[in-house]
Design a protein around this ligand. Structure first.
Ligand SMILES: NC(=O)c1ccc[n+]([C@@H]2O[C@H](COP(=O)([O-])OP(=O)(O)OC[C@H]3O[C@@H](n4cnc5c(N)ncnc54)[C@H](O)[C@@H]3O)[C@@H](O)[C@H]2O)c1
Length: 258
């Protein structure tokens, strides 16, 4: 029985009701975890009001701003968590960003600043969030990030994000080794393509969605809630011997040769 009661979970990456992080937050809540939810702040607090309404049914203990490019904000966020909770058990890293123009066209046209931006937000952020979580995970912990097959194989148009996901997946392994002695496990879920705000920026994403639906053994797309169930498993003691792994939640697409 999957039981996360008594566990605390920090969930990043909810933008709207299509976000994978929203599917994860719902499943962690259903399994009994207490939630701290972060949102990417904007000038007019539009995201705050949207996310606040969305997550209200989950009664999160904390709703905090966190732009992963802002170290002071990361520190403040962990400061608020340390004040509210005795310990942190689960960290969900479910965010990424790249310039839309670098998610299509020639790979050789990727710019230096676009490369740095995508790698900073989408890969380095896992290291900085783990660094802040480490002293709070006093009873061990589970860190889960979201990746995509385009970080392991060439997927048309995924371009710069493929490089960011490759770095992210290697981060998972190095972090698993570094944090393992504290019984903090670090794993990635490689989700199949899902219609979200982020995936809408990828050139010809509808073709990829259609292709996966046709080719994957289960002949369908994965849902946000199904990814949430995998995250709940990885967050729970049922997965206590699993660390440093990338688990595919993609209706089997990864095994196919075409
Ligand atoms: N949608 C897919 O097909 C798919 C497949 C596999 C993996 N993923 C990954 O899942 C994760 C979530 O993406 P999604 O598809 O749910 O889209 P989404 O747009 O709902 O979520 C992306 C999140 O990243 C956040 N973000 C962007 N820049 C940030 C910053 N500087 N600081 C803090 N947060 C920031 C956004 O606010 C948003 O909440 C991403 O890592 C994405 O690469 C998505």
């Amino acid at each position: 029985m999957l039981d996360l009661s008594g566990k605390t979970a920090l969930v990043t990456g909810i933008a709207n009701n299509r976000s994978i992080a929203w599917g994860i937050a719902q499943q962690l809540h259903q399994a009994g975890a207490k939630l701290a939810i972060t949102y990417l702040p904007d000038d007019r607090d539009r995201t705050l009001s949207k996310v606040k309404d969305l997550v209200a049914p989950l009664s999160p203990d904390l709703l905090l701003p966190c732009d992963v490019q802002n170290d002071a904000q990361i520190d403040e966020m962990y400061g608020s968590i340390a004040k509210s909770w005795e310990k942190l058990d689960i960290l969900i890293h479910c965010l990424a960003f790249a310039k839309k123009e670098e998610l299509s066209g020639n790979f050789t046209d990727i710019s230096r600043d676009g490369f740095q931006l995508a790698l900073d937000v989408s890969a380095f952020s896992l290291i900085s969030l783990c660094k802040g979580a480490r002293p709070l995970m006093t009873a061990g912990g589970s860190v889960i990030t979201l990746t995509y097959i385009g970080g392991a194989r060439v997927v048309p148009n995924y371009n710069i994000m493929g490089i960011a996901k490759a770095a992210l997946e290697m981060n998972v392994r190095y972090l698993a080794q570094d944090l393992g002695s504290q019984n903090i496990r670090v794993n990635g879920i490689s989700a199949g393509p899902i219609r979200t705000l982020a995936s809408a920026a990828i050139g010809d994403i509808h073709k990829m969605l259609h292709h996966v639906q046709e080719v994957s053994p289960l002949k369908r797309l994965v849902s946000q809630v199904e990814v949430g169930n995998v995250a709940a498993f990885l967050a729970s003691d049922l997965s206590s011997a699993i660390t440093g792994q990338i688990l595919y939640a993609d209706c089997g697409y990864e095994i196919m040769g075409a």
